[in-house]
Design a protein. Structure first.
Ligand code: UDP
Length: 195
């Protein structure tokens, strides 16, 4: 990995194309992996939230969801190449993986949003395999059922849209239980997909 630190957060200096290649590589590598797409607000929040900082520092790939982070790397020896937003990354992965056997699970958003997002993305990307969806509002009891559902379906890629930094911490805490190869925190992306 070619890394540049922005306020101690290790960002991968990759283009969108390279980020997609990296995800495909992680899909073929043993174990579970996770990807974070912090914007400047989250980088700032990590300065005072130790748990968030350690999660970001342990991620398998960190890409900048915001041009401000790219600018902040301007005077580093390794510069960030471009903005790689979570939403754009999901669209590129759908386009790239729709014609393969790779599967997705959408977790997050208000009731109905992930379902509508899945419907629209399957229409936009023929062949896209979304094996499960669940909204992002749950209590402890329901959380166990969600984890069990994801585990049972074992998606290639789990998209988690619980808002930052909740989603990053949730992925980190539960990754080993989920059976997804790659988990990605995607913020409000399901709202955008659902239109
Ligand atoms: N959300 C959720 N569960 C929660 C809190 C938030 O599923 O307990 C969802 C919310 O419905 C929205 C997303 O998380 O879809 C947060 O979007 P926002 O754009 O505020 O987050 P960001 O992209 O800034 O992380």
């Amino acid at each position: 990995r070619k890394i540049t630190q922005v306020l101690n957060v290790p960002f991968d200096a990759v283009t969108m194309k390279e980020a997609v290649v990296m995800v495909k590589l992680l899909l073929e590598t043993g174990g579970q992996h996770f990807i974070c797409t912090p914007n400047p607000e989250i980088v700032m929040e990590a300065q005072k939230d130790k748990e968030l900082m350690s999660v970001l520092r342990e991620a398998d790939m960190v890409v900048p969801d915001g041009i401000g982070v790219v600018w902040a790397s301007k005077y580093s020896s390794i510069r960030l190449k471009e903005r790689v937003a979570g939403y754009d990354l999901t669209q590129n992965l759908f386009a790239e993986l729709a014609k393969t056997e790779k599967t997705f699970y959408f977790f997050g958003g208000a009731p109905g949003v992930a379902t509508e997002a899945a419907r629209r993305m399957q229409r936009k990307y023929p062949g896209l395999k979304i094996v499960g969806v669940h909204n992002g509002y749950f209590d402890a009891k329901e959380e166990k059922l969600i984890i069990r559902d994801i585990k049972k379906l074992s998606p290639s890629i789990l998209l988690v849209g619980l808002g930052a930094p909740k989603q990053e911490k949730w992925i980190y805490d539960n990754m080993r239980l989920l059976g997804a190869k790659v988990s990605i925190g995607v913020g409000g992306s399901f709202d955008v997909m659902a239109g």
